[in-house]
Design a protein around this ligand. Sequence first.
Ligand code: BDR
Ligand code: CA
Length: 302
Amino acid sequence: TIKVIMDTDPGIDDAAAITMAINDPEIDLQLITTVAGNVTVDKTTINALKLVRFFNADIPVASGAKLPLIKHFEDAARIHGESGMPGYDFPTDLPKPINKSAVEALRDAILASDEKITLVPTGSYTNIALLFSEYPEVKDNIERIVAMGGSLGMGNMTSAAEFNVFTDPHAAQIVYNAGVPIVMVGLDITMKALLTHDSIEKLPTLNETGKMLHDIIINDGDNSDAGIAMHDVNTIFYLLHPEAITTKAMWIDVQTDGPAIGETVGDIRGAYHDGKTNADVCVDIDSAAFNKWFLEEVTAIK
Ligand code: BDR
Ligand code: CA
């Protein structure tokens, strides 16, 4: 099994990613930390707790950064709804977040682990940047970071920037320069592996988890005829099925200023960084395999 910690901002696609991470037997989910992003951190924390409660999972949730390091905060409620996870009536008797900040909880969980941790951020990287700045010793016990965010030359927030990196570009630049191996799971694959309407319509026929995911996914504001992007779920798919995704090693820099703020610039030719690399960038994905796997994962739940 893979020991995983998710740092997340649920969020519709985050909710689906958390669903897979909680339930897949190959993943040993140790901790969920939350960050401001799609909606405020108070809401993303409640949404994480709703999912933990829905699955009666014994997974601690720690609440994290309320704001990006430097940039002003803009949410994505226009895509994810006011609550961040609309459309389904979750149980209301929710567990509480643990009594530690996300950064403290991350430090403790990473240092206590007998195996190296795989960190999976599906929101902006504020908590992780703070963690690396305050407790750099954790880096030695991190296997790698498999992060949703970024792209090579396209954006979904501005024409240059993807939302998670745009939200806290300074944090992203710290994380990409931290010396920890990173897999960049960006728009290059997440806009390709859309969950088709065919797949979405099958979800409620599978089980209550499928109904829950269906009922929230259909509220995603970023809906096209071809389907709905499940951006964050691609991180979990990559962990379990790397053979379905093509990666290319390169150096990633993050623009922290100007009109391209939040852009992840890939040194594809190796000319700027002399061939050195800091990331494996996901460049292609088998979309049919992603859809098939998504439905199989849900079918296996309850
Ligand atoms: C990312 O932005 C958020 O709105 C989604 O949850 C995902 O993490 C996609 O750009
Ligand atoms: Ca997210």
